[in-house]
Design a protein around this ligand. Structure first.
Ligand code: AMP
Length: 219
């Protein structure tokens, strides 16, 4: 099973990816997590990406496409994978199509902007695992501490309000057009495409996601 999770920043892609990974037994490929690891390691890719990530801009397509191309060749991807945060531009989506990698399902998580700002500004993450919490809706047991490892949680630089607004603009301009791109492919039977609401209880969203994937891939 190969899935693309599409949706604005703050739609819950990270949380839902972790669930889908376990439920479907596939690996998560988060380009955002890969870039943050590159920044942390001080690699040349990390140094190039750092400033763009902090301002909420997108990292150039060629860097991302290379990163993903290498990642999908690793052995753990054989059983399937889930793209979280990729593709984010039409050029990336076209490059993915050109690789010939067949995608089974594009799942679009839809959510209003007002909800996004509220969610992202309260988000705290455990960097090593990608686990995320919300200071009001899903707080850790102990303030600013990851429940499983006892390590500190952080607020991502790009989760500050000015950067969130910029990321939403970037999403509208560059990533939202992918919804139509995949709808057109779905109309030609090349991929299944479905939309679910990202608002509501996490368990309910998970149930809707599984039902949508089952229905889409059964066709
Ligand atoms: P995310 O964790 O997916 O929200 O990504 C954080 C940041 O990493 C984004 O705001 C971009 O600067 C960069 N990034 C992640 N994935 C991509 C991508 N597919 N294309 C370009 N930039 C990306």
């Amino acid at each position: 099973m190969r899935i693309i999770l599409l949706g604005p920043p703050g739609a819950g892609k990270g949380t839902q990816s972790q669930f889908l990974m376990q439920h479907l037994g596939i690996v998560q490929i988060s380009t955002g997590d890969m870039l943050r690891a590159a920044v942390k390691s001080g690699s040349s890719l990390g140094m190039r990406a750092d400033a763009m990530m902090q301002t909420g801009d997108l990292v150039p397509d060629d860097l991302i496409v290379d990163l993903v191309r290498q990642r999908v060749q690793e052995t753990d991807c054989v059983g399937g994978f889930l793209f979280d945060g990729f593709p984010r531009t039409l050029a990336q989506a076209q490059a993915l199509k050109d690789t010939g990698i067949k995608i089974d399902c594009v799942l679009h998580i839809a959510i209003p902007n007002s909800e996004i700002i509220n969610r992202l500004a309260g988000r705290r993450v455990h960097l090593a695992s990608g686990r995320s919490y919300h200071i009001v809706y899903s707080p850790p047991k102990q303030e600013n501490i990851d429940d499983l490892t006892g390590e500190a949680l952080i607020q991502r630089e790009d989760d500050r309000e000015a950067t969130i607004k910029k990321r939403l603009e970037v999403y509208q301009e560059q990533t939202a057009p992918l919804i139509d791109f995949y709808r057109q492919q779905a109309a030609q039977g090349e991929v299944a495409c479905c939309e679910i609401s990202g608002v509501g209880a996490v368990e309910e969203i998970q149930r809707n996601m599984i039902a949508a994937i089952d229905a889409a891939t059964a066709k």
